[in-house]
Design a protein around this ligand. Structure first.
Ligand SMILES: C[S@@+](CC[C@H](N)C(=O)[O-])C[C@H]1O[C@@H](n2cnc3c(N)ncnc32)[C@H](O)[C@@H]1O
Length: 311
């Protein structure tokens, strides 16, 4: 049982039992089209799988973890404490590209990370790709709240965190994740690839960016996350088509999507998971969440099965 290497918004560790209870007892290949931190995948460690995310930096990170874990660990061990002085041997030791003074090692690494090309302009150079992955993990483990957040122009903008003794290497987690990812196909695109990848007898778990709970929820912010109502509609269609083809589907989403999935013939249940959809702590609360599936009750793994795994 591996653990997620990155802390990622919408991590699913607290929902694992509810999800597993709807998984079929047996399946062929496993597919996770909205990978993020991959909490379910790493816990499940499927023998054969495809995973996907639209974020190119995230997918590059998992490629490096899978293909070069020891090189990644060795590089991470060379990083310094986030509050140390900037490294004069590296770029941005004094100021960022925008001319802001750089006084701590953390901000130098953030400036380096933000300078690097990504998306269409990915460097072919393997060393560059390794450096990019190392920077992503270093920043994820030393930034405030440990969450990944980008500006509208794609820059990572989270300030330094306060940790007594941050561990940005996590060698054992990286090694366990590399073993879990061995034999997994990693993709960097839209979730709809799964229509080509999944066959009857396979299992697909969808964990999209959640639709806002109410019309008053900040839809602009939600759209900035790159997933709007049209995407939600496309997702429903993809889930429907997979169902028709005999692929097992399990999906988590916010409570507002309950009726849509039920009308489409899925079995839907509410899970009262706590999930912060607003960064303002005072308005965080119990947000209801649904889990939808087309797996018939008699074919499900059921609640007792996951408890047995403890032994
Ligand atoms: C809720 S997160 C998944 C969280 C994950 N289950 C975990 O445990 O950490 C949703 C992910 O979907 C990705 N995403 C957004 N739009 C997408 C799209 N059209 N196709 C595939 N992935 C997308 C985001 O980059 C994000 O990582």
């Amino acid at each position: 049982m591996a653990k997620p290497v990155l802390k990622w918004a919408g991590g699913k560790r607290q929902l694992l039992d509810a999800l597993y209870a709807r998984f079929p007892e047996t399946f062929d290949r496993y597919h996770e089209p909205f990978f993020g931190g991959g909490a379910v995948f790493f816990d499940l460690e499927p023998a054969a799988a495809t995973v996907n995310d639209t974020n190119p930096r995230l997918v590059n990170f998992y490629e490096q973890v899978r293909d070069r874990p020891e090189a990644l660990i060795a590089r991470l061990r060379e990083f310094r404490d986030p509050e140390a002085d900037p490294d004069p041997e590296l770029a941005f030791a004094e100021e960022t590209r925008r001319g802001k003074a750089v006084e701590q090692y953390y901000y130098q690494q953030r400036a380096r990370f933000n300078e690097r090309a990504y998306a269409d302009a990915w460097p072919d150079d393997e060393g560059d790709r390794l450096e990019e992955a190392a920077l992503l993990l270093y920043l994820n483990r030393t930034c405030y709240n440990g969450l990944y957040r980008e500006n509208s122009d794609g820059g990572f903008n989270v300030p330094i965190g306060r940790y007594a003794d941050p561990d940005w290497v996590q060698a054992e987690r990286v090694r366990a994740a590399a073993r879990a990812l061995a034999g997994t196909e990693l993709r960097n695109g839209d979730f709809s690839y799964v229509l080509d990848a999944a066959e009857a007898g396979d299992l697909v778990y969808f964990d999209p960016p959640y639709e806002p709970m109410s019309p008053t929820a900040d839809f602009a912010e939600y759209s900035a996350a790159g997933f709007d109502r049209d995407d939600q509609e496309r997702l429903l269609e993809v889930a429907r088509e997979l169902d028709e083809r005999g692929v097992a589907v399990v999906l988590s989403n916010s409570g507002v999507t309950y009726d849509r999935y039920e009308t489409a013939g899925f079995s839907v249940e509410r899970e009262g998971a706590t999930r912060a959809i607003n960064s303002d702590a005072s308005s965080r609360g119990e947000v209801d969440e649904i889990v939808a599936t087309n797996v018939p009750p008699e074919e499900r793994r059921g609640p007792d099965q996951s408890a047995l795994d403890e032994y």
